[in-house]
Design a binder for this molecule. Structure first.
Ligand code: EPZ
Length: 422
C-alpha cells in the first residue's frame, strides 16, 4: 500500500484548481439508468470512487466510457442486462445504493445489496426504503439484499423524511421523476450536490422544483431523454484546500471555488482569523501572521457546517490559540483521526460525539495511519504544518476523494511525495 511523506515547509502560496464534486458525480452517474438515451458528464473528477461506480453501472449492462483523461464520462443504459447491484461492489462504496431508485423507476424492479457498515458508522438505508415505499414500492430484505419491486410502476406521493438524508433524497427524487403523478418530498436534504442532480434531471426532461430547499416537488413524466451536464465544483475538496494557508500561513487561490458552496465553513474560518475573499477565478484564502483562534464547530445538514470538513477543521484547531469543541452530529463514529493527530502532539479529548481540542504551538511529524477518506486528508494538513516528517499510510482512502493531491500541494510549495508501497 502506498504512503505519503509530508515535511513541514512553512507558508504555502499559489493556486490550486478544484475538481468536479465526487458526491455530485456519484449521484449523477446512476441517473443514466433513468433513460435509454446517452447521458454525458463533463468536469468529472478522476477518483477511485468514480471507477467503482463505473464498474457497477457496467455490471448492470450500461456502457460507460471515460474520455479526456477521465474528465468526461459518456454513458448509455439503452440495453441493461441486470438490475442487481452485487455486495462485492456495494460494500466498497455505499453510494452504489444510488442505483436503487433509478432501477425501480425505469424497470419496476431492483436488487441492491445493503452496503453494510463502514468506518464512520452503521449507515443503514431505512430512510431510502421508507421513501420508496411511499411511492408504492414493495421492498423486502433477504440475504443482505434489498429486493424492490413496483410491478404497476411507482405513484407520486407526499412523503416527509425523518432526517434530511442526502442519499435518500437523491434516490427518492430520481425515482419520482418517472412515477405517475406528483411527489412532494418534505425535510429533503439541501446539499449543492442535490441541486446539481436536479439541474441535470431537468435537462433530461424531468419536472422538478424546490431543489435546495427542504421541500422538493416532482411531477412524474413518461420518459427522460439524454443530456450533457457539467459536474458542480467539489465544495469538500474546496474547503479542504482552503485550510492549507490557514494551517501553514501564506496565501492560496482556489480556482473554481464559490463562496455559496462553503458559506458556513467560511464563517468559521473568518472567526478563526483567516481571511477569505472572492476573485474572478475563485476564492483567495490568506493567513498573514500569528496562530488562528480556536472556534467551536457543530456538524449539520447543509447549509450547516459540513460533516465532511470536520476532520480537516480539527487539524486546524490542533494548532489554534485556545480550546475548541467540535460536535459531530451526522455520523456516530467520525473522530478516528483524533488518535492519529494525538500522535503528532495534538491535545484532543473525545467523549462520544464531542471532541475538545486544546491548540498547541507546534505539531510534530510522526508516522500516522489513514482510517477513512476525510481523516486521511486531515493528517496531510497536520503534516504540512508539523515540524519534521509525517508519513501517512493507507492512502488508498485518499484516492477515493482527492485527485492529484501531491501535484496540487506541490504547486503551492508543499514538500510532499508519494511513496510506492509493496
Ligand atoms: C452523503 O452520504 C455523502 N456521500 C457523505 O460523504 C456525507 O458525509 C453525507 O452525505 C452527509 O453529508 C455521498 O454523497 C456519496 P446521509 P449519505 O444519508 O447519503 C443516517 C464523503 O466523505 N442515515 O445524509 O450516506 C446515516 O447513518 C462521504 O464524501 C440513516 O440513518 O449520508 C448518517 O448517520 C462520507 N438512514 C446520517 O443519516 C438512512 O436511510 C447521514 O446520512 C440514511 C442515512
Amino acid at each position: 500500500m502506498d504512503s505519503i511523506l509530508v515535511t513541514g515547509n512553512g507558508p504555502l502560496n499559489g493556486q490550486i484548481p478544484i475538481a468536479g464534486a465526487k458526491n455530485a458525480c456519484l449521484t449523477l452517474m446512476p441517473a443514466t439508468l433513468l433513460s435509454e438515451e446517452p447521458l454525458t458528464l463533463t468536469n468529472a473528477p478522476r477518483l477511485s470512487d468514480i471507477k467503482t461506480m463505473t464498474a457497477l453501472l457496467q455490471s448492470l449492462g450500461a456502457e460507460v466510457s471515460a474520455l479526456q483523461d477521465g474528465q468526461v464520462i459518456a454513458m448509455s443504459s439503452h440495453d441493461l442486462t441486470s438490475q442487481t447491484a452485487d455486495y462485492d461492489i456495494v460494500r466498497k462504496m455505499r453510494a452504489s445504493n444510488l442505483v436503487l431508485g433509478p432501477l425501480l423507476a425505469r424497470f419496476g424492479q431492483a436488487v441492491v445489496s445493503l452496503p453494510g457498515g463502514c468506518a464512520i458508522g452503521a449507515r443503514p438505508m431505512d430512510l431510502h426504503v421508507e421513501g420508496l415505499e411511499a411511492l408504492g414500492a414493495e421492498i423486502e430484505l433477504k440475504d443482505g439484499y434489498l429486493h424492490a419491486k413496483a410491478p404497476g410502476g411507482l405513484k407520486g406521493a407526499v412523503h416527509e423524511m425523518r432526517f434530511a438524508s442526502v442519499g435518500a433524497t437523491e434516490n427518492i427524487v430520481m425515482a419520482a421523476t418517472l412515477a405517475k403523478g406528483t411527489t412532494v418530498l418534505k425535510n429533503a436534504a439541501r446539499e449543492p450536490e442535490i441541486v446539481d442532480l436536479v439541474e441535470c434531471l431537468r435537462k433530461m426532461g424531468a419536472q422538478i422544483s424546490g431543489e435546495g430547499t427542504s421541500t422538493i416537488e416532482i411531477q412524474g413524466v413518461d420518459r427522460l431523454h439524454g443530456a450533457t451536464h457539467q459536474v458542480v465544483t467539489d465544495r469538500i475538496e474546496l474547503g479542504t484546500y482552503m485550510l492549507t494557508p490557514a494551517i501553514c500561513g501564506g496565501e492560496v487561490e482556489l480556482l473554481g471555488g464559490r463562496m455559496s458552496l462553503v458559506s458556513s465553513f467560511v464563517e468559521k474560518l473568518e472567526a478563526a482569523g483567516v481571511s477569505v475573499s472572492e476573485t474572478e477565478k475563485g476564492l483567495k484564502v490568506a493567513r498573514k501572521n500569528g496562530r488562528v483562534r480556536a472556534v467551536g464547530v457543530v456538524t449539520e445538514p447543509f447549509p450547516g457546517f459540513p460533516t465532511d470538513l470536520q476532520a480537516q477543521m480539527m487539524a486546524l484547531m490542533c494548532t489554534a490559540e485556545g480550546t475548541s469543541v467540535l460536535e459531530e452530529r451526522i455520523f456516530e463514529n467520525r473522530f478516528m483521526h483524533a488518535p492519529e493527530l494525538t500522535r503528532m502532539g495534538a491535545q484532543i479529548e473525545v467523549h462520544g460525539g464531542t471532541a475538545t481540542v486544546t491548540g498547541v504551538e507546534q505539531l510534530k511529524g510522526a508516522p500516522v495511519m489513514a482510517t477513512d477518506l476525510r481523516a486521511s486528508v486531515s493528517l496531510i494538513l497536520a503534516g504540512l504544518a508539523a515540524e519534521g516528517e509525517t508519513t501517512v499510510s493507507r492512502v488508498y482512502h485518499l484516492d477515493r476523494g482527492y485527485e492529484h493531491v501531491v501535484r496540487k500541494l506541490e504547486g503551492v510549495g508543499a514538500k510532499i511525495e508519494r511513496i510506492k508501497g509493496e
